[in-house]
Design a protein around this ligand. Structure first.
Ligand SMILES: Nc1ncnc2c1ncn2[C@@H]1O[C@H](COP(=O)(O)OP(=O)(O)OP(=O)(O)O)[C@@H](O)[C@H]1O
Length: 150
């Protein structure tokens, strides 16, 4: 079977490819400000429509607030912040994947649609479990100390 070896992409070639791909976009953000505006719109959409996203924001805010209140080390607060951010980012990706799947298959059953949605939900679940484990490991000892010292 003949092997097609593509020539290395030159900057000019890359520019042409990117331009062609962006032709399919209904609209392209023309400035950094507009990019932030659309990103914020996505976050607001997820907040308004996804109950899990609202729960995760509440729990993450509580965990970060507690870690500051309990005077955890900066690196510990950072670890809680990273795991919290990961959960929220994956929840947004989960919402994006759900929308793309629904756009593609509409209200028909498809095994690949099921796999895509189940795996996206699984990613959120794994990140949430890890975040809970990390938060419990770092927050429980100072909480117990605080309660016992009362
Ligand atoms: N078009 C489809 N074809 C096959 N299975 C589907 C389809 N749409 C949804 N499902 C199944 O139903 C489940 C729930 O779908 P839904 O769109 O509510 O996603 P979800 O992961 O429950 O959403 P959320 O993350 O908001 O809780 C999916 O995980 C998947 O197993």
């Amino acid at each position: 079977m003949p092997q097609h070896v593509s020539s290395p992409a030159t900057p000019k070639h890359l520019e042409t490819v990117i331009k062609k791909e962006r032709e399919y976009s209904w609209q392209v953000a023309s400035s950094l400000f507009l990019s932030f505006k659309y990103a914020w719109a996505g976050i607001i959409y997820a907040f308004q429509t996804q109950r899990n996203f609202r729960i995760h924001i509440g729990v993450c805010t509580l965990a970060i607030g507690l870690s500051i209140f309990l005077h955890l080390k900066p690196v510990e607060i950072a670890v809680i912040g990273i795991t919290s951010g990961l959960v929220l980012a994956l929840e947004l990706l989960n919402t994006a994947i759900e929308s793309v799947v629904d756009l593609t298959v509409k209200q028909t059953y498809h095994e690949l649609a099921k796999i895509a949605k189940d795996c996206a939900a699984g990613a959120v679940l794994i990140s949430s479990l890890v975040a809970v484990l990390v938060a419990a490991t770092l927050l429980l000892p100072p909480i117990i100390t605080l309660i016992l010292s009362e």
